[in-house]
Design a binder for this molecule. Structure first.
Ligand SMILES: [Zn+2]
Ligand SMILES: [Zn+2]
Length: 171
């Protein structure tokens, strides 16, 4: 349930428990692919006239790609949320969401989308010490070393010395 009845807040805070499917159009524009539904939780409470505060959490699993070896990686995303909604468009809090005056329903989906965009993992590694792909042949160096540059082969020594002797701008 992401549509909250603000009239219910007269009787205290309301519990938020809802979800959005990974392909929900309300999540359009996310840079990451989602592997699981987005779960939305927490509480919405009145915070003075025309103001509401949502404290909770948005969780999901994003599917990224390891920046070094390009394997798909699932990343747990858990965003703590503390968002103020206000009916006052001149509110001095720039992070507050302005809602329609006297609205009776508050739809959280746009806020959920925004929170996910702000916190989506942009740099993903399958593991901290991922060795990545060989720039020469594309072989996954986590699986084994490749033929193009065995690091222990002494035959590369002279060539390496030559490479190092050439100034950078002459390469
Ligand atoms: Zn990797
Ligand atoms: Zn290679």
């Amino acid at each position: 349930m992401l549509q909250l009845d603000l009239r219910a807040l007269q009787h205290g805070s309301v519990e938020i428990a809802g979800s959005l499917a990974p392909n929900d159009p309300r999540l359009d524009g996310l840079d990451v692919e989602l592997a699981e539904p987005v779960k939305v939780s927490g509480q919405l409470a009145g915070a003075g006239p025309g103001r509401y505060y949502w404290r909770g959490e948005v969780t999901t699993t994003a599917r990224g790609v390891c920046r070094r070896c390009l394997v798909p990686v699932d990343v747990a995303v858990s965003v703590p949320v503390g968002v103020m909604f206000t009916e006052d468009p001149s509110a001095d809090d720039p992070s507050a969401w302005v809602i329609e005056p006297r609205a009776t329903v508050l739809d959280l989906s746009e806020t959920v989308r925004e929170e996910l965009i702000l916190s989506a993992p942009t740099y993903v590694l399958c593991r901290d010490d991922c060795r990545g792909l060989c720039p020469g042949c594309g072989e996954d160096l986590n699986v084994g070393s490749c033929a193009c540059r065995p690091s222990t082969d002494p035959r590369w020594g002279p060539l390496e010395a030559l490479r190092n002797a050439v100034p950078d701008d002459a390469r």
